[in-house]
Design a protein around this ligand. Sequence first.
Ligand code: SF4
Length: 886
Amino acid sequence: MSDVRTTCPYCGVGCGLMVSGGALKGDIAHPANYGRLCSKGAALKDTLSLPDRLLVPTIGGREAAWDEALDLIATRFAETVRTHGPDAVAFYVSGQFLTEDYYIANKLMKGFIGSGNIDTNSRLCMASSVAGHIRAFGEDVVPGCYEDLEEADLVVLVGSNMAWCHPVLYQRLIVARERRGTRVVVIDPRRTATCETADLHLQIAAGSDVSLFNGLLVHLAENHAIDEAWIASHVTGFGETLKTAGMSVPSIDAAAAITQLAREDLLRFYEMFAGTERVLTLYSQGVNQSAAGTDNVNAIINCHLATGRIGRAGMGPLSLTGQPNAMGGREVGGLANQLAAHMGFAPEDVARVGRFWKTANIASRPGRKAVDMFDAVARGEIKAIWIAATNPAVSMPRANHVREALKACPFVVVSDAWPTDTSALAHVVLPAAGWAEKDGTVTNTERRISRQRAFRPAPGAARPDWWMFAEVGRRMGWEDAFAHRTPADIFREHAALSAFENDGRRLLDIGALADIDDETYDALPPLQWPLSKREISGTGPRLFARGGFPTPDGRARMVPVKGLDERRSQSLLRLNTGRLRDQWHTMTRTGRVPHLMTHAAAPKLAMHPRDAGLRRIAENTLARLKSEHGVAILRVSVTEEQRPGDAFMPMHWTDQFSSAGVIGKLVMDRTDPVSGQPDLKATDVQVTAIETQWTGFLLRRQDGTPSLGEQIYWSKVPVASGFAFELAGWTALASVIHSEDILRQVLRIPRDAELVSYSDPRKSVFRYAGFAGDRLEACLFLAPEGVSLPPREVAQAFLGRAMTPMERVSLLAALTPDGSAVSQKIICSCFSVSAESIAEAIRDGKLSSVAEIGARLKAGTNCGSCIPELKKLLQEHSEGDLMVAK
Ligand code: SF4
C-alpha cells in the first residue's frame, strides 16, 4: 500500500497522520502538528484490530441483511412522520462524524423529513462558543489560527487543561515559550498539568469567569488600554457593556471577592493583559460547559474587541474545539438551531436552502437541542430516534433518565463501530465503518479542512455513516436528493451550498472547491476557509484585522454580560467533570488499549484534604457520590489540586468498564439559556465514605462484568491476554462467593474446566484458578480489607499460558515466575516508564531537567504528553537546582 495522509480521529487539534507500510506516525507536512502526536494519537495503530467490532446489522438482536434493516428504518420513520408529524422523529449524531456524514444526515432531517430535530454531541462540547461567536461576530467564526501560539507574548488559558486535552497545541506553546519567553496564565478552578508551565495560575472560584473578565474590562478602561479608534470604526455596544461590567464588578476588590482570588494575583493578570499587545486567549470546556457558557465566551471576546486585539498575529480569542469534527458539523448545520452552511432559520435562509436542495418540505424552525431532545423522547413526543457514533447513555446529563427514555421509545436505531451502553438499548443496530476505513473531510479548530482517507477496508458488513443516511433517504422516496455515489459528490454539494446566493455576507464560503474533480478531492491538501471564488479582503489564516464582521452593519458587537449568582449548599461538593490524558470520550477505542489504561486504571474522585478529612475519607479508599439524579462509587484521590468545596471526576468510564463510574448518571440537566449547552461542571453531590470489608482482583480471558452482585465495586482494564478487574466489597465475603456455580460464573469457566483453590476461611483469604487443560483461563484473589494482596502482575504473567504443576503452586502461593512484581503508575505511556522509576532516576542520578530524564529513561521523548508530569516529579524529587523550563 502506498503512503496515505489522513487525520487523527480524536480531538479538535486535527493532527495530520502519515500511514506508511504498517507504520502510523505524525505527518510532518500537516500545519496542525508538523509531525507531532500526543499519547492517544501515537497509540492509534493499537486500535486498528480491536475485537468486538459490530460487523452486521441486527434487528432485535438477530442478524439481518442491510436491505432489511434499512427498509425497516425507512418504513418506521415514514410511518411515524405520517402519523405524528415530522417532529416525532430525531437524529442525534456526533462530532466524530465526517463533514460528509453530517451533511447527508442534516439534509435528510431538515431538508426532506422537514424537522429541525437533528442535534449532535457537540452540543455538550462547544455550543456556547458557537452562540458567543454569533452574538459577537454575526457568524460562528474562529478568527485566529494555531500560528498565533508562536506569535503571542501572553497566552491566557481559560477553563482549559490544554496539556491533556489539546496536547499537541500545548507542545507548540511550550516550544514557543522556550524560544521567545511567552508568558502563560492559566485560569482554572483546578490545578491541572497545564499549570506546570504557567507563570500565574488563577485558581478561580468555579462559575466566576464572567466577573473576572468584566473586572478586566473595567481595568482596561480605567487604565487607558482601550483602543478607542478601533471601537469607533468596528464595534458597537462598548458603552453599555462597560457600564454593565462596572455595575457587576465595581472594583478590583469586588472582582477578587467574587472570584475568590488574591487581589495581587488578579491585579498582576490585569496588568499583564493591559500591557501586552499580543495576547491570545484560548478557552475550552471550562468556559463552554456552564449555565453561563455563552456569557463566559462573550466576556472574553469583549476584552479583545475593546482592545482591538483580534485578527492580527499572536492575538485574539480562540475557542479550542473538543471533538475532531465539531467544526465541520457546525459548518453544515449539525446543530438543531442551525439550518445549513452557517445559515439559520430566518425566512430568507430557509427559502434559500430550500431552493438549493429543491425541496418544499424544509424545516422552518429550529429543532430540539440535546437535553431537550431526550426529554421529548422521555415524554413520548419523539417516537423514533437514530443515534449515530455517540453514546448518550453515558455522556448525557441524567444518563439514567436518557436510558429510561430510550427503553420506552418505540423505535431506536444506533449506528456505531463498537457495542456501547447505548447500542444495548436499540431495536436496530447498524455496523459503522471506523476512522481508518472512511473517506471524507474534517475541519479543525483553526478552520482548516483536512482529508480523512481510508487506508483499510471496513470489516464485515460495516458501511460509512453517510451511506446509511443516504440509503434511508432514497428508501423514503427522495432518490434524486440522495443520489450521491461518493464522499466527493457530497463535498462538492456542500461547497456549492456555502457559496449559493452568498454575496459575501456569509464568511463560510468554500465555493472555490465546488467544482473540483474526484482526483483533486482525493489529493486535497489541508486548507483554511474562507475559500471563495470571489476575492474577500482581509481573509487568510486570520479574520477581522480590518473589521469586516458578517453583521448587517459590518461591526462586531460587544455584549453586556453579568455573572452567575451561585449560592450553594456548604454541605455538598460541586462536582466538576473532564478528560484524562490518555482516554477519549467513552473509551470505545482508548479503553481497549492496555498501555493507555496504565496512566489511570480506574476513575477516581479528586477532592481537597479539608473535604476528605471532614468526611473521614482517606487516600485511595472508596466513596459514594450521590446527586439528585444518580449515584457513583469510586476511589478517592486526596489532593490540593482541588479547591475546597470542589471535586473532580473523569468523564470516560462506562458500565462496561466500572461498576458505578458513569458520571453522566449524576450530572444535572441545567443548560445555558442561550446555547442549550449542559452545565457539566457544577452538580451538587453528597460524598460519603464506604467502609470496605474486602478487596481483590479477578483476571480473566473473557470480557464481561464480574457478576458478583450489587454490593461490590469493580473497575476493569484490558491486559495482554485478557482483562483485569479490581474488586472491593462492603458486605461479608461469604455472602459474595457462596457456591461453586457462582465462582464458575465469575471466572467464566465451564463445568468441566478444572477449578483449583487455595483458601484460608479463618483469615478470609481465598484464591481460585480455572484451567482449560494446562492453560490458565481465570483467577480470583480475595482478602479482607487491610490484608495485602499480592500484586496483580503476579497472576497476570500466567494468564492464557500453559502452566506446569510447579507454576500452579507458585500462582496460588502468589509468587511471580521471576519471584517479584510490583504495581506501578505509568507516566510515559509511549515507553511504559513508571512514576517510581522516574523518581528513582531523579534522586539517584541527580537529574534536574526533562531532557536529562529523557536521555536516561526515554520518558517524554516521543509524544511529549507526559512532560507536565515529568516537571512535577522533578519538583517533588530533585534535590539540586532545577532546569524545569518555564
Ligand atoms: Fe490526535 Fe492528540 Fe493531535 Fe488531538 S492532539 S488530534 S488527540 S494526536
